[in-house]
Design a protein around this ligand. Structure first.
Ligand SMILES: C[S@@+](CC[C@H](N)C(=O)[O-])C[C@H]1O[C@@H](n2cnc3c(N)ncnc32)[C@H](O)[C@@H]1O
Length: 311
């Protein structure tokens, strides 16, 4: 397959995630973000009579997962955005499920495939689409973004502090016709931070912000997690691994809201209806990787796992 890399993706928080899913051998599970199939294989190994639906919106990832999981008869791999979870399950004739995993963000294979443009350290066109069959490339987004929108995206999706300074440098280059490659974007970040050394942390966070915007990642987490909670049978669990504060905020808010009674009000403030809580939070504070995991897999450093159980 074009652009495929050998570098394996090491599944993050694999032990805790699988334990918290509490896989029952005959249960039905969904891995919304199959990637290289690491978590999925661990779930599949525990199934006897059960079923796993593994999905990924990236056609290369879905193809890789299909190959890596082909020895498990219980696994169905689907190339899809997990924001279509309900429709996918309906299409497969699956009603309620016992557990759902969402491992947010980007995979090592995506980062390490230079021509996809995810990495600031590899020269490539600014693409960054997880699903290269549609949507907007990073270059197209940067071509038309306004300064205010760019500043907001850098702050919201990367916690970038000198956001305006970097946004100005990006737009200066863009307006001079030089914002088409990963090198162009990296050069703008370096220009904005001339005293920060050749490898400022903002290279990572600016690329992350652009990637999250291009792939609308937080929007899909919100839509997918809401459907995931609906799709669980009582006692079923949803596990979500987030990698930065923007992702984790969406997960935490959605789970917390689902764990509360919702009140629907009339315009005058009287209560029209009460929707009982649908979720019990099993992790008050998120589960973090231990020192050994971070040592072996530095990508795990910022990971946080939250788990809810359907009431
Ligand atoms: C962190 S990796 C998952 C790695 C996987 N757990 C493993 O063990 O190999 C995240 C994956 O989620 C996919 N992804 C991100 N957003 C998605 C979405 N909205 N729908 C489906 N897949 C998505 C990405 O393409 C990527 O392959």
């Amino acid at each position: 397959m074009p652009g495929e890399v050998d570098a394996p993706h090491v599944p993050v928080l694999a032990g805790p995630a699988i334990e918290w899913l509490a896989v029952r051998p005959e249960g039905t599970y969904v891995d919304c973000t199959a990637g290289a199939g690491g978590h999925a294989a661990l779930i599949a190994r525990r199934l006897h009579g059960g079923r796993l639906i593994a999905m990924d919106r990236d056609p290369h990832a879905a193809a890789l997962a299909r190959r890596r999981l082909e020895t498990f008869e219980c696994v169905t791999v689907v190339r899809a955005n997990y924001a279509e979870l309900r429709a996918i399950l309906d299409g497969l004739g699956v009603g309620r499920v016992d557990g759902i995993l969402i491992d947010c963000g980007v995979s090592s294979m995506q980062i390490d495939t230079p021509e996809r443009g995810f990495s600031w350290s590899r020269t490539a066109p600014l693409d960054m689409r997880m699903d290269p069959t549609g949507g907007t490339t990073a270059a197209a987004y940067l071509r038309r973004v306004s300064i205010e929108d760019l500043v907001r995206d850098l702050k919201e999706f990367g916690d970038v502090r000198p956001a305006r300074r970097i946004a100005r440098a990006i737009l200066r280059r863009r307006d001079a016709g030089a914002m088409e490659t990963t090198d162009d974007l990296a050069a703008a970040v370096r220009e904005a931070l001339p005293f920060a050394g050749p490898e400022p942390e903002e290279l990572r966070t600016v690329f992350q912000s652009v990637r999250i915007r291009v792939n609308e990642e937080l929007r899909w987490i919100e839509a997918g997690l809401a459907q995931a909670i609906d799709a669980l049978r009582p006692g079923g669990r949803v596990c979500v691994i987030a990698f930065h504060s923007g992702e984790d905020r969406v997960v935490k808010t959605l789970m917390r809201d689902a764990a509360r009674e919702q009140r629907l009000l009339y315009p005058d403030g009287r209560v029209r209806d009460r929707i009982p809580p649908r979720l019990r939070l099993l992790t008050r504070a998120p589960v973090r990787p231990d020192d050994e995991e971070v040592r072996n897999n530095p990508r795990a450093k910022s990971a946080r796992l939250r788990v809810g159980e359907r009431l």
